[in-house]
Design a protein around this ligand. Structure first.
Ligand code: BGP
Length: 488
């Protein structure tokens, strides 16, 4: 019998929105929270000039010392976020008004273990998330929790240089067990680390590693990733023991790579770029390193420290679903520094067929359908699109409203391709748009790069009333959810 064709979104599809603690919470030193790596992200406005793709979210050891010694000299927008810490009831009520079935948020590790080293967790920090989850449950919103979204206690950077140290595995496992035990009746959907593959782009952001303190940044990135793989697998094992019906996923930043031409060498390069992207879920879904990576390590003289037991742990802690963010596609080609392309995700080649966002990110909904098909064919386990959206400079019009047809257009086109992928047979659990409420941008620490359905009155310097105003897209998305993706 042929399988019945799917016509659209399944009835239990998890529509919602996504955030991260360090980009929304604020209250960076309240209720016993320790300083986090993300609290050191200073506002630099990299997009003011021409160099729009110049990510500045790295911090080196000189900057870290400067920031720690002279905090008053700099603006650190991630320390204030949008003050979700004090506005969560109002914000969750707005998500409920849109009809959210799920809300993706992350827990701030240093809110639970201020330095990461304590034996006992910080009760006030745990209680905060209890309140947040209770508030979600009140409206029937299922929390989707990322355990480490681009942050960790800064003490672990100072003491161990972050994830290049094996010590972090047991500290993370303690943190993970604490969360599972505490929230076992409130949270069913978990993600261990956010966008693990971005370690290759910014080791500080993804793994708390000061790059100037390691001899070989590329090797350090794979070492840190290895320890995170083990920590993630141990967390998956613990989660399944403590919460039998838990669903725990891995997460990558999916970038669909096109070859610049049909020249076979360009096609081969696109395959390599794709392998670097799928390397992370390959390990976390299958529980073993793929052969192409073994060759890549050998040929590029990358030697990472591993222990025999690690490989058993990887097998024992495979994930239940593959979560990913999707913002753009890239174009790649064969060139002398091809190794660089394989190891990194940057792509300087412009795709003439695509329009760009105000931050020069190519807009490519069809690549989302391609990615969904490729990932599902590769893993055959459910997928979850946990980030996607348009960063734009919204303005409040004279009528006091925010008219954002460009955002509606962007999300609509991506939903259409998701639906096509579902018809292709892809199993997609849900869709959480990035920054469902305006928040501090990860890459730029800007407030003015807005993704939300809800406008937050605050500028890049932290001035503003923090008033929340639903945008036009708010009412549109509400109708999308109410019609289960039929009325676009
Ligand atoms: C992802 C991150 C998010 C996020 C988003 C948009 O990589 O997981 O934290 O912010 O990208 O990026 P940006 O804020 O730089 O526009």
């Amino acid at each position: 019998m042929m399988r019945e064709l799917k016509k659209g979104f399944p009835e239990d599809f998890l529509w919602g929105g996504a955030t991260a603690a360090n980009q929304i919470e604020g209250a960076f030193d309240e209720d016993g929270k320790g300083l986090s790596t993300s609290d050191m992200a200073a506002y630099k406005d990299p997009y003011a000039g021409e160099s729009v793709n110049n990510f500045t979210f790295n911090v080196n050891s000189i900057e870290l010392e400067e920031y720690l010694n002279n905090p008053d000299k700099y603006l650190f927008p991630k320390r204030w976020g949008i003050d979700f810490f004090h506005h969560y009831k109002e914000d969750i009520a707005l998500f409920a008004e849109m009809g959210f079935k799920t809300f993706r948020l992350s827990i701030s590790w240093p809110r639970i273990f201020p330095t990461g080293l304590e034996e006992e967790p910080n009760e006030a920090g745990l209680a905060f998330y209890d309140n947040v989850f209770d508030e979600c449950r009140k409206y029937g919103i299922e929390p989707l929790v990322t355990m480490s979204h681009y942050e960790m206690p800064i003490t672990l950077t100072q003491k161990y240089n972050g994830w290049v140290s094996r010590e972090l595995i047991s500290l993370f496992e303690k943190y993970a067990r604490t969360l599972f035990n505490r929230y076992k009746n409130k949270v069913k959907y978990w993600i261990t680390f956010n966008e693990m593959n971005m370690n290759l782009n910014s080791l500080y952001t993804g793994a708390g590693v000061l790059e100037d303190k390691v001899d070989n940044v590329e090797e350090a990135a794979y070492q840190a990733s290895h320890y995170q793989f083990i920590a993630s697998a141990l967390a998956v094992k613990a989660g399944h023991e403590i919460i039998p019906d838990a669903k725990i996923g891995c997460m990558i930043n999916r970038i669909e790579s096109y070859a610049k031409t049909c020249k076979p060498e360009d096609q081969l390069q696109a395959l390599k770029a794709d392998q670097i992207n799928t390397f992370y879920p390959d390990v976390q879904v299958r529980g073993e390193y793929p052969n192409y990576m073994k060759r890549f390590f050998a040929e590029n003289n990358i030697n990472i420290e591993v222990e025999e037991r690690d490989f058993e742990i990887l097998k024992e802690g495979t994930v239940d679903f593959v979560a990913f963010s999707y913002y753009m596609s890239h174009v790649t080609e064969d060139r002398p520094d091809a190794k660089e392309i394989a190891g990194k995700l940057d792509s300087p080649i412009k795709n003439p067929y695509l329009e760009l966002t105000q931050w020069d990110w190519p807009i490519d909904p069809i690549a989302l359908r391609i990615s969904l098909n490729k990932l599902y064919d590769r893993y055959n386990i459910p997928l979850f699109l946990v980030e996607n959206g348009l960063g734009a400079k919204d303005v409040v019009s004279e009528d006091g409203k925010i008219h954002d047809p460009y955002r509606i257009d962007y999300i609509k086109k991506h939903i259409i391709e998701m639906k096509e992928a579902i018809k292709d047979g892809v199993e997609l659990m849900g869709y959480t748009t990035w920054g469902c409420i305006d928040l501090i941008s990860c890459g730029t620490s800007q407030m003015s790069k807005r993704y939300g359905f809800i406008y937050v009155d605050q500028d890049d310097k932290g001035n503003g009333s923090l008033k929340r105003i639903p945008k036009d897209s708010f009412y549109w998305y509400k109708e999308v959810i109410a019609s289960n993706g039929e009325n676009l």
